[in-house]
Design a protein around this ligand. Structure first.
Ligand SMILES: Cc1cc2nc3c(=O)[nH]c(=O)nc-3n(C[C@H](O)[C@H](O)[C@H](O)COP(=O)(O)OP(=O)(O)OC[C@H]3O[C@@H](n4cnc5c(N)ncnc54)[C@H](O)[C@@H]3O)c2cc1C
Length: 450
């Protein structure tokens, strides 16, 4: 029997590990909660009508169709029996198990509301296709509803958008909503002026894009101000409800009436991380990520690799590696390399060395910031780098072509190709919460994973 590798998660970590094992003498079983790979960095463009969900979420089977040593299976891994070397999976209406010799766990991260999970009903996060489609429905819907009202206060409430979290995702969302209001939707409504929309970007820390350094953060803030985004730093969100948000800054509490809120702050390890830690005795950090050995395996379990957003590992500067795509991609390749070395009888256990290629964030069309080695770029040059990098990593040739077409429509023209939002996209979260997911109920998995 060939060596069996089970990979949990078809994100950047899992997918790149699998691709690096394409010529290896192994049988791989990939278990993923969805049937598609999700390119999270472009989710905000799905939420703001630039790209379709299909362009950022290609089917895993199609991506891996030529790799004959992989069996793709749909389902959420609920547990790992490290003694028996078996993972238990809750599929849609069917539970099953898969045995492994080597296990790669790359289940990513979940949204964290810092203990206020009830905020999710009113401020969707930005982690899944469902989140992005719900936000699309809420954002475009807000302009439509505002156009129906005559009371100025009500109109203002519908035209106020609050984005919580001024990291790259929040900054990109705020910039895109501002561009929608001021440029794309301009002149399309007869009763409201979309340019009167108010877009706030709120964060508890002292600057936007704080990880990019003071110089780029300052530039990003100026670019946002030019777009009409109100930046509120050193401001903590203390309450969120259907019609507004409450913030606290310098000891002063303020209520901001706003129908549309976006949560782009905080990540936490997925539920599987706690299970795996309990099962193996591995330690976790404050975000619940699993502390791994330098070679990304679990202590006393060299047969289990934990990768990407789920792992906690210090980089060469002693600080924890960030939850970014490059860490996941490179750790995936590292795990594959370790497996191949072991199968070839070579010495293994080499530490994972992360090569930081830099960071990028867009603010709006033709405007971004980039920190690449010692180079600091902003404005149009940074945006060109951003386009090139995202096209390079977007999975699938077809998706690259259609993404470019849609970028032409939105950035050179004034259109948004993907404005359709259905009732189901807008309201399904509440319905699923109320009635439960029928497949998960049938499999007894309830809402524990995903
Ligand atoms: C909105 C957004 C924007 C981002 N922008 C950038 C950016 O511009 N640049 C950048 O470098 N990084 C960015 N990131 C971060 C980057 O996407 C992550 O660091 C990267 O995706 C991590 O890869 P991963 O493989 O660890 O996890 P993921 O890519 O999250 O993949 C995890 C996979 O595991 C699956 N899964 C989870 N739990 C289970 C389970 N129990 N059983 C089975 N399957 C499971 C999920 O369905 C998913 O497919 C962004 C993230 C988000 C959310």
């Amino acid at each position: 029997m060939r060596h069996r590798v089970v990979v949990v998660g078809a994100g950047f970590g899992g997918l790149f590990a699998i691709k690096a094992l394409r010529h290896a003498d192994v049988d791989i079983t990939l278990v993923n909660g969805t049937a598609y790979h999700l390119f999270q960095p472009l989710l905000y463009q799905v939420a703001t009508g630039i790209l379709s969900e299909g362009e950022v979420a290609p089917p895993i089977r199609e991506v891996l169709r030529r790799q004959k040593n992989v069996d793709v299976r749909l389902g959420w891994v609920r547990d790992v029996d490290v003694e028996a070397k078996v993972v238990s999976v809750a599929g849609p209406g069917i539970d099953y198990t898969v045995e492994y010799d080597t296990l790669i766990v790359a289940a990513g991260a979940s949204q964290s509301y810092f203990g206020n999970d009830e905020f999710a009903d009113h401020a969707p996060g930005m982690k899944s296709v469902d989140d992005a489609l719900e936000l699309r429905a809420r954002i475009f819907g807000a302009f439509e509803v505002a156009d129906l009202h005559t009371d100025p206060e009500t109109i203002e409430r519908w035209l106020t958008f609050v984005v919580v979290g001024a990291g790259p995702t929040g900054t990109e969302m705020a910039g895109q909503i501002a561009e929608l209001a001021h440029r794309n939707l301009r002149g399309q409504f007869r009763h409201i002026d979309s340019r009167k929309a108010r877009i706030l970007l709120v964060d508890a820390v002292g600057s936007v894009l704080s990880t990019f350094g003071d110089q780029l953060a300052g530039k990003a803030e100026r670019q946002l101000a030019k777009l009409g985004v109100e930046v509120r730093t050193d401001t903590r969100v203390v309450a969120v409800d259907a019609t507004g948000i409450e913030v606290e800054s310098g000891g002063r509490r303020e209520r901001i009436p706003a129908m549309t809120k976006v949560w782009a702050a905080g990540v936490a390890a997925p539920p599987l991380a706690a299970r795996l830690a309990a099962e193996t005795g591995a330690k976790t950090d404050r975000a619940g990520r699993i502390l791994v050995e330098p070679d990304t395996t679990l202590p006393a379990h060299p047969e289990i690799f934990v990768l990407g957003d789920m792992m906690s590992l210090a980089g060469e500067d002693g600080r924890p590696l960030p939850g970014v795509a490059q860490v996941a991609i490179q750790s995936g390749r590292h795990a594959a390399d370790q497996i191949k070395r072991r199968l070839a009888g070579k010495e293994s256990g080499q530490p994972f060395r992360y090569f930081d290629k830099g960071s990028l964030a867009t603010i709006s069309r033709f405007s971004a910031v980039a920190s690449i080695w010692k180079l600091r770029l902003s404005g149009f040059p940074a945006w060109v780098v951003w386009v090139a990098v995202h096209l390079f990593y977007l999975v699938g040739f077809k998706n690259r072509v259609t993404a470019v077409l849609h970028w032409f429509v939105s950035f050179l023209g004034r259109g948004r190709s993907e404005r359709v939002a259905t009732q189901q996209q807008a309201f399904a979260r509440q319905a699923i919460r109320a009635y439960g997911d029928p497949f998960r109920r049938a499999s007894g998995a309830e809402a524990e994973v995903g």
